[in-house]
Design a protein around this ligand. Structure first.
Ligand code: UDP
Length: 416
C-alpha cells in the first residue's frame, strides 16, 4: 500500500548542483538556500503523494527532490497506493475542493479512510517532517497516531470555494496538521485557521529535459516527424485530459480560428496520470471530436510522449493555449513562457500570477475570447516575441526551482 519512489542519480543529473543556478537567479538566493540546508542537516523529510507520473505534483517532486538531496538534506518521496475506486473518490475530492458538486456518501468515506489507515500502518516512523500533498493521503496524519514529527499539508488546488460536503469531511483531518501550504492567499480553504497557513507558489526546473534549451531546428524537425506541417501555424495545449483543462473548448476555439486561417493546426498533448481515472473518458470524447479533422493531433504518454517531446512541441509551436476553467497553478504556463512562447490562458487560479505585466489581456474567460486572442497573436509576430521575452524574465524572477526550495526550507526550519 505504500511504496518508495526511487529518484536515483539518473534523474536530472544536470540539476543536482545548486551552483548551476547561480547565473540564472543570482548569488543572494543561492547563498540563502545553502545556509538553510546546512541548518537542516540530520532532519529527515518525507514527501507523500499518490502518483509518480502525470500531473504537476509528480512533475514538481521529481525535480525538487534531487536538488534538495544534493544539498545534503535527507528527503524522500513515498506514494500511497489504492484501488481504482479509491482514486475515483479522491478525484471527486479534488473536484469538490475546486468547487465541483459532490454528494459524498458513507461507503465513499469508508473506502477513503480505510485506504489512508492501511497506508498509515505501513508508514515508516523514521521521519521528522512529513509533507503530504493534496487530498488523497490527507487522513494519513490522523491514522499515524502521536508521532514526534511535524506535519505539513501542501494543497495544490484552489480551495477557496469548495463543495460544502467535501470541505466538512476533510477539514478535521487537515486541522491536525502543524502547517498548510497553499499557492496563494486566495486559495485557502475557508474552514482552516489562517495562523497555520503559508503561501508558496510552485516552480519549474529550467535544467530538466522538459525545459532545457534545445536548438529550434531540431525541435521543428521532430514536430515535422510527428506529421504536422511546419509551413502552417501550430497551436498547442499540454494538459491532462481533465474537464477543468477544457480540451473540448480548445477544439472549439481552434475551429473559430480556422474559419479565418484555414491552415491552422492544433496539437493536444495529454499525459494519463495514475491518480486521475476521469482522463480516459474525456480522452475518448476528445478523440471523437477530432476524428474528422486531420489538422488536430492528439498525443499521449501511451504513445510515447514524454518530457523531451513536451519541450520540443512547446518550442516549435506558434502559440500555446492553456484554456483552464479552474487551475491550481498550471506549471505548463511557466514552462511555455520560459521558452519565450506566448500563451493564451484561462483567467483562473494560479495562471494570472504567471503572466507578465502588460500582457494580462491574453487571459481569457470564453471560447470566443480565446479564439480572438489566438488570431491576434498569429497575425502579430512582433507581439508574440515581446510577450515571450517578458514572460521568460517574469518566470526567471519568480517561478524557477531555487525560489521554491528556499521558501520550503525556510518553512521547515521555522517549524522544527
Ligand atoms: N505534462 C507532461 N505530459 C503531458 C501533459 C502534461 O509532461 O502529456 C506535464 C506538464 O508539462 C506539466 C505537468 O505535467 O509539467 C502538469 O502540471 P500542471 O500544473 O500544468 O497541471 P496539473 O496536471 O497538475 O493539473
Amino acid at each position: 500500500m505504500l511504496s518508495k519512489v526511487s529518484i536515483g542519480k539518473h534523474c536530472c543529473a544536470a540539476s543536482t548542483n545548486l551552483e548551476n543556478y547561480r547565473p540564472l537567479v543570482g548569488d543572494e538566493i543561492i547563498d540563502e538556500i545553502q545556509t538553510l540546508a546546512n541548518q537542516l542537516k540530520g532532519v529527515r523529510i518525507c514527501h507523500l503523494n499518490s502518483t509518480a507520473n502525470g500531473g504537476g505534483v509528480a512533475e514538481l517532486l521529481s525535480r525538487y527532490l534531487p536538488l534538495v538531496q544534493a544539498l545534503g538534506v535527507s528527503a524522500e518521496w513515498r506514494l500511497i497506493h489504492g484501488q481504482p475506486e479509491f482514486f475515483t473518490v479522491t478525484k471527486a475530492f479534488h473536484n469538490g475542493l475546486q468547487g465541483g458538486h459532490y454528494d459524498l456518501r458513507d461507503p465513499e468515506h469508508d473506502l477513503y479512510l480505510d485506504a489512508n489507515e492501511q497506508s498509515a500502518k505501513l508508514m515508516s516512523t523514521e521521519y521528522d517532517v512529513f509533507i503530504v500533498h493534496d487530498p488523497q493521503p490527507v487522513a494519513i496524519r490522523h491514522f499515524s497516531g502521536p508521532r514526534n514529527a511535524k506535519w505539513i499539508w501542501r494543497c495544490h488546488i484552489d480551495s477557496s470555494a469548495p463543495d460544502p460536503s467535501v470541505s466538512a469531511f476533510l477539514t478535521p483531518f487537515i486541522q491536525e496538521y502543524d502547517a498548510f501550504i497553499f499557492t496563494m492567499p486566495g486559495f485557502l480553504l475557508p474552514s482552516l485557521p489562517k495562523n497555520k497557513a503559508h503561501f508558496i507558489a510552485p516552480a519549474i526546473e529550467p535544467m530538466a529535459t522538459k525545459n532545457m534549451d534545445l536548438p529550434l531546428d531540431v525541435c521543428k524537425r521532430a514536430v515535422a516527424d510527428s506529421g504536422m506541417a511546419l509551413t502552417r501555424p501550430i497551436l498547442l495545449q499540454v494538459s491532462r485530459f481533465d474537464p477543468w483543462k477544457d480540451p473540448l473548448g480548445v477544439i472549439q476555439a481552434y475551429r473559430l480560428v480556422k474559419e479565418e486561417i484555414p491552415g491552422v493546426q492544433l496539437a493536444l498533448i495529454g499525459a494519463m496520470a495514475g491518480d486521475d481515472p476521469e482522463g480516459w473518458a474525456l480522452l475518448e470524447k476528445v478523440e471523437e471530436e477530432a476524428a474528422n479533422d486531420s489538422d488536430i493531433f492528439i498525443f499521449t504518454n501511451l504513445g510515447g510522449v514524454g518530457s523531451m517531446e513536451v519541450n520540443v512541441f512547446q518550442r516549435a509551436c506558434d502559440v500555446v493555449i492553456q484554456k483552464s476553467l479552474r487551475e491550481g497553478f498550471g506549471l505548463v504556463v511557466s514552462e511555455a513562457l520560459w521558452k519565450e512562447k506566448p500563451i493564451i490562458a484561462g483567467k483562473t487560479g494560479g495562471i494570472p500570477m504567471q503572466v507578465p505585466k502588460g500582457f494580462e489581456h491574453n487571459l481569457v474567460d470564453t471560447i470566443e475570447g480565446c479564439a480572438e486572442r489566438i488570431l491576434h497573436l498569429l497575425k502579430h509576430s512582433g507581439e508574440r516575441g515581446d510577450y515571450g521575452r517578458a514572460g521568460r524574465e517574469h518566470v526567471r524572477r519568480n517561478f524557477l526551482l531555487p525560489r521554491l526550495v528556499r521558501d520550503e526550507l525556510q518553512l521547515i526550519n521555522s517549524l522544527i
